[in-house]
Design a protein around this ligand. Structure first.
Ligand code: V47
Length: 370
């Protein structure tokens, strides 16, 4: 392999030999001007794991409430009680909301929401059970580790008890949100009242022990340093070595509209396409024990998500019916693509579309899409 940046030569040799990179080597990937080599290395890792297979899911996004007391500075989704645009559905209203948007063949309902101060934990158990009863066959991928941490407070119970009860009610998997950036320097500025890094990791550790597969996200492109991005990946890599329970890693590009972080700290720019691609490629190489790196088209935009399939990405999330969290903060990519659009989009990038469910069982391989 031709390598233009001499600093990348020993790193490229390690990647070719299938060896794990050190922290300093990961940092060199953030600093190299040789993006072409970075892309080819990430693609090599991606193709070793998955060939051309590129996964997506037919997914409805649901938030039972947007009322939240946490006050994360990057968030444009949360509302206070009584504020215009606030909602707080009970179980029947939630089922009605989902029924209006339900489509045949839907495999996943992905739920993340606000930390509601008053709803009891029993409400969340009833909600999961009611979704499973009303929409048989649909998998529930619900609540971030931050929300699970909140449930332990309202239930006065520990992580294991809360997660076991949710699993018994029908929970199939957990989304990766709430991770933001683990480094305390940043976390105390952007997500001060949320679960801390150790708590987030512990929730996922216990979920994995209980057989609940999960994802992991990283919110980047705001006030974090490149070292802090890599530190985030390093902590995830260590936990994955222990448990093997993560399915995918999803870098979330900060959307700078309608939130305090953007206004107070002067962060008004969107990330650049090359920052997004570099970050995805490094994740693919560094997180050697993660099955998938997700190119989240809601924040990347669909055209960049398509390009990202050459930069280590093997999953583009899915149909995203009714996405509202990043849309609130300025993501303009749109909230829904049909399965056929997604399959065509993957196929025209020269890859093989594979529809999956929430836990990566194959639903359909789209060999025949034109
Ligand atoms: O934790 C909030 C992020 C996350 C902004 O598991 C923002 O498959 C960018 O959990 N700019 C929730 N991001 C979303 C989430 C998720 C998303 C996609 C896939 C999966 C998965 C999970 O949304 C939050 C936060 O990091 N977010 N505000 C913003 N302004």
């Amino acid at each position: 392999m031709t390598v233009r940046d001499p600093a990348l030569e020993p790193i490229a040799a390690k990647v070719l030999a299938g060896q794990r990179l050190s922290f300093d080597e990961g940092l060199a990937l953030f600093q190299t001007p040789d993006l072409n080599t970075l892309m080819r290395l990430a693609n090599l890792v991606r193709e070793r794991k998955h060939g051309d297979d590129t996964y997506f899911v037919h997914s409805l996004r649901f938030s039972q409430t947007n009322i939240c007391y946490v006050g994360c500075t990057f968030c444009a989704f949360a509302k206070r009680f009584g504020e215009e645009g606030a909602w707080d559905w009970d179980v029947d209203e939630s089922i009605d909301w989902i029924a209006k948007r339900y489509q045949p063949g839907l495999t996943e309902i992905h739920i993340s929401s606000g930390h509601h101060p008053r709803r009891p934990f029993s409400y969340y158990l009833e909600l999961v059970a009611a979704i499973k009863k009303n929409f048989p066959g649909v998998q529930v991928k619900a609540w971030t580790a931050a929300e699970i941490h909140h449930f332990t407070k309202i239930a006065r119970a520990d992580y294991r008890t809360v997660l076991s009860e949710l699993k018994a009610a029908g929970l199939d998997a957990m989304p990766g949100g709430g991770a933001e950036i683990f480094a305390e320097r940043v976390r105390c500025k952007i997500a001060r009242n949320k679960v801390n890094a150790e708590g987030w990791l512990e929730v996922h550790r216990i979920a994995h022990e209980l057989g609940i597969p999960t994802n992991a996200t990283m919110l980047y492109g705001h006030i974090e340093t490149l070292e802090e991005r890599l530190d985030h990946m390093e902590r995830l890599r260590r936990l994955q070595d222990e448990t093997g329970g993560f399915m995918s890693f999803i870098p979330l590009a900060f959307q700078p509209l309608g939130n305090n972080l953007a206004q107070n700290l002067g962060k008004t720019e969107f990330t650049t396409g090359l920052d997004d691609l570099r970050n995805l490629a490094i994740a693919r190489i560094y997180l050697d024990n993660f099955p998938h790196i997700k190119g989240y088209w809601a924040t990347l935009t669909a055209p960049l998500a398509q390009v990202s399939l050459d930069w280590g990405v093997s999953d583009i999330d899915g149909t995203l019916i009714a996405e509202s969290i990043v849309t609130a903060a300025g993501a303009t990519a749109g909230r829904a693509m049909t399965k056929e659009q997604l399959a065509g989009f993957i196929k025209s990038a020269g890859r093989r579309p594979v529809e999956r469910d929430a836990v990566y069982n194959v639903v359909r391989v789209y060999d025949a899409v034109a």
